[in-house]
Write a protein that binds this ligand. Structure first.
Ligand code: PMP
Length: 927
């Protein structure tokens, strides 16, 4: 039958059934390479006049938007558009290339904007389209939500679904008539601009560009905002946790093509709620009728969840956010100004108030909430403590709106608007409906803890999201005016742009930031960082905070000592000897002399001077791909292109470079001998050029992402160096301090003892503490020629912090934890490497590991910078802070604080798995 029908338009070479909800759709490929779509519908559901209207609309859109493909109806050889066969009717349309947005494993902001933009383009294009046969009614139209629900509600058997739909019906009972009365602009709309019907191109990082729109079967004349409501509704299906976060970019995309009026912006959320209600009710009724259809059941479950999510958003907040997205002021009246103009009295007399939570300050929220994209962590009012029984008075003439338990809500009818003042922690002295005079007693404080909130409407809560700050500022302004206090102005907007501007104005640009739009970190705790929205991130990159952020023992060690004595190492105090003893306890007995410094660079600088003084030679051998610090002598050894792009041209005569013993990317594979030969040659060049002073290396190559040298390399290297009179310097700035798990120092895991060890970073857990340990004869040779003094180094505060770090590592078993969690990570990363072609190799051990990302074609070609950055950005969105390193900048560093747990490791592994899986899916979609 399909063959018969399709032959009216010529004989296709291949036919592919694409399925459909109501009509069947086939892709037809013709021998000349052309492609069309055949749509077969039930004849009794096909209205020829409606199809004619649809055809006219398609032509109209095509003429107005030539770059947005639409399925134009193709007449057959005889000029006919429809063909009947039995009880079916067929029509042929042009084929629209592209992938539906639906296929995207995740939507980024650009994709959401693209969905809104497609809806906006269509609304604009159809704005002047008229046709006598465009319908005025389809059941998916939000405008019809009440009548559709009234027809179906009694048929819904599931009790909780019926209750939910009843709630929606109750809400819409006043909202829809209000929207109807507002005289919203009307026109023909597509009404199904969802992720299913918007087609386009994807890039590997997930950005979608719309190129076409299909399925004009719901074309109807109704409110223009119904078009946008359908698109937002589809987006909320992908953003259930925070519907406004996804609505915002869709609306912004829409209004770039089709401006909305203020009235439309004010009723848009009503239309979205109406759309959510009809979809949920119709799909649920359908699922009851067709219990075996998984697709229908899944859709009904999703639409029910969307309705729930939409209902959970306070209507005034949604209205305000959508107004803002349309470029309007967030609220029609500025209630803060209205309140100020009325000159309110303070709620309390001269009693002393202690503010415990300021307006728009972040409050602690449970971890489960802090781990979401946009936690509700911003206080919308002020909380303070004062004496119990303190009397509170009416700040202005007021009416008592409500008296909930231990609370009171007043309504102030000001000149331009009504404003509500909500107090909790009080015993009310009035009843609902009472009219109060300015200054009249209204309540007294009960247990001394009081909250004060100013609200534009009554149905707003105590906390909100920082991402909605502009709206919240308009809806719940600062109550400070009622307390006679002035708080620091929190600033408009989320503050990120301001903070970036401030930084870029004076902080020199070479001090680069992580991320394109970095989160603004405000707090750290253990293995977590918290940003200015209250969001919690797992810190997988901070080897400096070895015992965890803001460890209370470090805080008290520092503050106790700061309060007692902070001076320099030329004075006698016990903290320095205590710390030196503690350090010596971690090292082999031969390394018993310690110099205190402030940073890794300083440690390396001193290590080089020690070696040069001791050997009375100047030449140094380093490994390719090294970074040992920014100071002049240390930077001479830098051969890391990311830090020193011109290192080859700039290389000093006193520096020789040996091949890096990297089994995966190195020149000579996994055996130590060829690398040792390269080292021998470099040492010989140094010896010939006036004498070898030192060989400098990281025992595990941290700069490359934790690459382990082939077994035997380090002891072999030390023999070669010492055989030529040089000393061996181990740079443990990154890889030392229990991080690698099995041993405290990385050199210990390589069965070799250096002559000089340099470290910093973890030594002070972020406070500038570093040291160099060496053999006594090296220290003595140095002392013979000069003294050493680095003013703040080894001061009592630094020493107490340094000792506390070592105590905590021991007391909390952090080295064992590094070994255990590291082993788990190694096993699981190996499994991920088997699953994802973009993982070329995994390096390191314990909690210093590296994930070498490659293009995934079976070679070791490094993944380009932009892709690595996109992976890090996406991992950040999923709550994990990870950054790349390595010669090619393609190795993700895994070096978290040593207090991470298995659940943290699993969270990171699952985020990485998700990101690489999404990339694979996007790559397939983009081909
Ligand atoms: N050595 C190595 C191996 C390093 O990674 C670094 C810093 N990344 C340094 C030395 C220099 O340390 P700092 O930044 O504390 O000066």
């Amino acid at each position: 039958m399909i063959d018969l029908l399709s032959q009216h338009w010529g004989r296709p070479e291949r036919r592919t059934d694409l399925g459909s909800t109501q009509d069947r759709v086939y892709r037809l490929d013709y021998p000349d390479g052309s492609v069309t779509a055949l749509k077969v519908s039930a004849a009794d559901r096909t209205d020829e006049a409606v199809i004619a209207a649809e055809a006219a609309a398609l032509d109209h859109v095509h003429a107005a938007l030539p770059d947005l493909a639409v399925p134009l109806l193709l007449p057959d050889q005889d000029g006919q558009i429809l063909h009947h066969h039995g009880d079916t009717v067929a029509r042929m349309t042009s084929w629209i290339e592209g992938q539906p947005l639906l296929r995207a494993p995740h939507w980024n902001r650009a994709s959401l904007c693209a969905l809104g933009a497609a809806a906006g383009q269509l609304a604009w294009a159809l704005g002047d389209f008229t046709h006598p046969d465009v319908r005025n009614h389809v059941e998916w139209d939000p405008r019809q939500a009440n009548s559709v629900m009234d027809g179906l509600l009694h048929t819904i058997s599931d009790k909780s679904a019926r209750h939910l739909f009843g709630t929606a019906r109750g809400r819409l009972d006043t909202l829809l008539p209000a929207a109807e009365a507002a005289g919203l602009p009307e026109q023909a709309v597509h009404l199904d601009l969802t992720d299913r019907n918007v087609l386009g191109r994807f890039t590997v990082d997930g950005t979608f560009t719309a190129t076409g729109v299909v399925d004009f079967g719901d074309l109807v004349r109704t409110w223009r905002i119904s078009e946008l409501a359908a698109a937002v509704h589809a987006a909320v299906g992908r953003g259930l946790a925070d519907p406004l976060a996804v609505a915002r970019p869709v609306v912004e995309g829409f209004v770039t093509h089709c401006a909305l009026t203020e009235v439309e912006a004010d009723h848009l959320w009503t239309a979205i709620l109406g759309r959510a209600a009809v979809c949920a009710v119709v799909e649920t009724a359908e699922a009851q009728n067709l219990p075996d259809r998984d697709y229908v059941r899944d859709l009904s479950a999703l639409d029910t969840a969307v309705l729930q999510a939409v209902l959970a958003v306070p209507q005034p907040l949604a209205r305000s956010v959508l107004r803002e997205s349309c470029g309007l002021p967030p609220w029609p009246v500025d209630i803060a100004v209205e309140l100020r103009r009325a000159h309110p009295l303070p709620l309390t007399g001269p009693e002393k108030l202690t503010i415990t939570t300021g307006w728009q300050e972040l409050v602690a929220v449970p971890d489960t909430e802090a781990d979401t994209d946009t936690p509700m962590a911003m206080s919308l009012g002020v909380r303070f403590t004062t004496s119990p029984a303190t009397a509170l008075i009416a700040p202005l003439d007021a009416t008592v709106e409500a008296v909930p338990a231990h609370a009171l809500t007043l309504r102030l009818d000001l000149a331009g608007a009504s404003v509500f003042i909500h107090l909790d922690g009080v015993a009310a002295a009035a009843r609902p409906g009472d009219r109060l005079r300015r200054g009249q007693p209204i309540a007294h404080v009960t247990d001394g803890h009081v909250g004060v909130y100013v609200r534009a409407t009554t149905e707003l809560g105590d906390r909100g999201r920082v991402s909605d700050k502009v709206a919240w500022t308009a809806l719940c302004p600062d109550p400070g005016i009622l307390l006679d206090i002035t708080q620091p102005a929190p600033g408009r907007g989320p503050g990120l742009d301001t903070e970036l501007d401030r930084r870029h104005r004076h902080v020199a640009a070479a001090q680069k930031l992580y991320y394109r739009r970095p989160p603004q970190m405000v707090r750290g705790s253990g293995q977590y960082l918290y940003d200015h929205t209250g969001r919690r991130y797992l810190d997988m990159v901070n080897n400096v905070a070895v015992v965890g952020h803001s460890h209370p023992r470090i805080t008290s060690a520092a503050s106790d000592q700061l309060a007692l004595l902070s001076t320099n190492s030329r004075f006698l105090y016990s903290a320095i000897a205590d710390y030196a003893e503690r350090i010596a306890g971690t090292l082999p007995p031969a390394l018993d002399r310690i110099f205190f410094v402030n940073s890794g660079s300083e440690a390396m600088e001193l290590a080089l001077q020690l070696a040069r003084r001791y050997t009375a030679r100047r030449n140094v051998v380093a490994l390719q791909g090294a970074y040992h610090g920014w100071t002049s002598e240390a930077f001479e050894l830098c051969t890391m292109p990311g830090d020193r792009p011109d290192w080859q041209a700039e290389l000093a005569a006193r520096v020789q470079v040996a091949d890096c013993p990297d089994p995966y990317r190195g020149r000579h594979g996994g055996r130590p001998e060829p690398y040792l030969r390269s080292l021998t040659m470099a040492c010989d060049r140094a010896a010939d050029a006036g004498g070898l002073a030192a060989f400098v290396h990281e025992p595990i190559m941290g700069s490359l992402g934790g690459v382990l040298p082939p077994p035997g390399y380090v002891p072999g290297a030390y023999d070669i160096v010492r055989g030529r009179g040089g000393v061996c310097i181990a740079d443990e700035v990154q890889v030392g301090y229990a991080r690698t798990g099995k041993t405290f120092w990385a050199f210990q895991s390589q069965d070799a003892v250096p002559d000089i060890v340099a470290t910093a970073k973890a030594a002070g857990n972020g406070h500038p503490v570093g040291f160099v340990a060496c053999r006594h004869e090296i220290a003595e040779a140095f002392a013979a020629g000069s003294s050493f003094f680095s003013t703040p180094a080894g001061n009592p505060v630094s020493c107490r912090i340094g000792s506390a770090v070592l105590d905590i590592i021991a007391d909390e078993g952090l080295q064992r934890n590094a070994a255990e969690i590291g082993a788990h990570l190694s096993t699981q990363l190996a499994i991920l490497a088997g699953r994802h072609a973009e993982i070329g190799a995994v390096y390191g051990c314990g909690l210093y590991q590296g994930i070498d990302l490659v293009v995934g074609d079976g070679t070791s070609t490094p993944l380009p910078d932009a892709d690595v950055a996109a992976i890090c950005e996406r991992l950040l969105q999923l709550g994990c802070v990870v950054q790349p390193t390595g010669l090619h900048g393609n190795v993700l560093k895994v070096k978290p604080p040593l207090c991470v747990g298995v659940s943290d490791a699993d969270r990171f592994l699952s985020a990485l798995d998700q990101v690489l899986r999404e990339r694979r899916e996007f790559r397939e979609l983009s081909q």
